[in-house]
Design a protein around this ligand. Structure first.
Ligand code: AMP
Ligand code: MG
Length: 491
């Protein structure tokens, strides 16, 4: 078996490292720690094609060694990123403790993307951790990130999972794995918090310039760039959270280090999709107070953005009090921006091309009814995508029938007609989501060496807006005994 990092090969896949031109304090150059028995569990050929990641010249064995971190291509200088973060509200210095960016790749459309290995060994930021990851959580990230992408939600992507043949020790002994992940970049709100902590304006300025160059080139022409950036990120994050709310996604650990300034959903730990609609739903085993509950996500996003603003303050021109007032006003605008995006999204879930003032009550009344009746979030909207009133005891209630006729009445006022409303609804209301009990089932089987449920689930989630009979086993909410009430970080 090939497992040495020094294995001689002409494998040539140079990745760039523009991030390492930033001030040294922001990263550490180091290589992944080789693993003893790497084996590819899954390789995302479709994604590789999409991003022009051509590994066809490499044998399968060499490809496995590459994703395991055993083989670092010539001309590539991997690094771990430094960052800080507010975890459940408390400031901590962190960094890539178990991840290494192999480098940056240019896609055919000219975008620069990071290729990161997660679970690739200890780094200078590992603190007490082993730098490794368990197979279950890496498969979870693969499933959920790919599902999010198929749902049309900005996200990091999963390129491969490799099992390491090594055991990781958590509460129990678990099989180890590495996830190869693709991201627009890995710059987080926490990266700015870390830069700002250095007390040297030049570090934050360099990071800001880099971020603008990579993700917000239009801002280059603007005058007050830190403000312009903050404004752009406010819109970007309001958009992202609106998507999450649309599909019932609960991130679970919205710490500032898990908020990416590429606008992508990042770091799938104890995340999960809600079955029964309840605004206070929490899955994460460590979120005792429900800080990151479903309905809290927009407030937390705003809170995190305030941390970004604080980190940018030293770069803002003007008198201190005036700058603070301006930044506060900007941050307060998040509420209105989010609300308007949310209303328009919820309107589209109900087939409304535009949402008027009186429509908000129609939306909230449905949500209240769903909450009161423990209705399934995904299936309720899916069931509304039909001309007839949905079947089932739940929908036979007078409350629902009344709401339904109000809705029909409102739909009749849509200029484009009913067909167009249903077309709109089918674009935003998924027929299938990665339900937690199905995800757990796939992970458990995978941990026992059976990857069929994992692959079946992935196939099912590829076209989530196309309803069909074969989806049925994945559309059915869990039976009481199947319900997964808690998810774990798996770190
Ligand atoms: P996460 O909860 O995955 O966002 O991780 C929070 C922080 O803990 C990050 O700085 C991670 O790099 C670090 N971390 C998580 N798991 C490990 C591990 N097994 N070894 C070292 N650091 C870790
Ligand atoms: Mg993280």
């Amino acid at each position: 078996m090939l497992s040495s990092q020094n294995y001689m090969t002409d494998f040539n896949f140079p990745l760039e490292g523009t991030y390492t031109e930033l001030p040294d304090v922001l990263f550490s150059k180091l290589s992944p720690t080789p693993v003893s028995q790497p084996k590819t569990i899954i390789f995302n050929q479709k994604l590789a094609d999409e991003i022009g990641f051509d590994l066809s010249g490499a044998s399968e064995e060499v490809r496995t060694l590459f994703f395991a971190g055993n083989l670092v291509p010539h001309g590539t200088a991997p690094f771990a990123q430094a960052y800080a973060g507010h975890q459940f509200g408390n400031f901590t210095v962190l960094g890539d403790g178990r991840a290494i960016v192999l480098g940056e790749h240019r896609t055919p459309s000219g975008n620069r993307i990071d290729l990161q290995l997660k679970g690739s060994g200890r780094t200078s930021y590992s603190r007490g951790g082993d730098g490794r990851a368990a197979l279950g959580p890496m498969l979870r990230e693969y499933i959920i990130s790919e599902a999010m992408h198929a749902l049309g939600i900005p996200t990091t992507r999963s390129l491969a999972v490799v099992s390491t043949g090594e055991t990781v020790y958590r509460e129990t002994e678990l099989p180890g794995a590495i996830l190869a992940r693709i991201a627009g970049s890995h710059i987080r709100v926490g990266t700015f918090e870390f830069a700002s902590l250095q007390g040297d304006k030049a570090v934050t300025q360099a990071l800001l310039d880099y971020l603008i160059d990579r993700h917000f080139p239009k801002i280059k022409e603007k005058e007050n760039q830190p403000f312009a950036l903050l404004e752009a990120v406010i819109h970007q994050q309001a958009e992202l959270i609106t998507h999450w709310m649309r599909v019932g996604f609960i991130h679970g650990v919205m710490n500032t280090d898990n908020m990416a300034l590429s606008g992508e959903t990042i770091d799938y730990g104890p995340c999960a999709f809600m079955d029964t609609f309840a605004p206070d739903t929490v899955f994460s085993s460590i979120d005792h107070k429900g800080r990151y509950a479903y309905a809290n996500q927009p407030y937390i996003a705003q809170w995190n953005l305030a941390r970004l603003a604080e980190s940018l303050l030293p770069l803002m021109d003007g008198k201190k009090e005036e700058i603070i007032t301006m930044a506060e006003e900007l941050l307060n605008s998040f509420e209105q921006i989010y609300k308007s995006k949310w209303l328009s999204m919820m309107g589209s879930k109900l087939g409304l091309s535009e949402v008027g003032k009186e429509d908000e009550k129609l939306i909230t009344d449905l949500l209240d009814w769903m909450h009161k009746n423990s209705a399934d979030f995904t299936n309720t909207f899916l069931n509304l995508c039909k001309e007839e009133i949905p079947e089932g005891v739940l929908y036979a209630s007078e409350d629902f029938q009344n709401w339904h006729s109000r809705w029909q009445n409102r739909l009749s006022k849509e200029e484009q007609g009913l067909e167009s409303s249903f077309a709109l609804m089918s674009l935003v209301n998924p027929a299938v989501i990665p339900r937690n009990h199905k995800v757990e089932e796939a992970l458990q089987a995978g941990e026992e060496g059976n990857f069929k449920p994992f692959h079946d689930l992935l196939n099912t989630l590829e076209k989530p807006y196309e309803d069909s009979d074969h989806l049925l086993p994945y559309q059915t909410p869990p039976e009481p005994g199947e319900k997964v009430l808690q998810t774990f970080c798996g770190t």
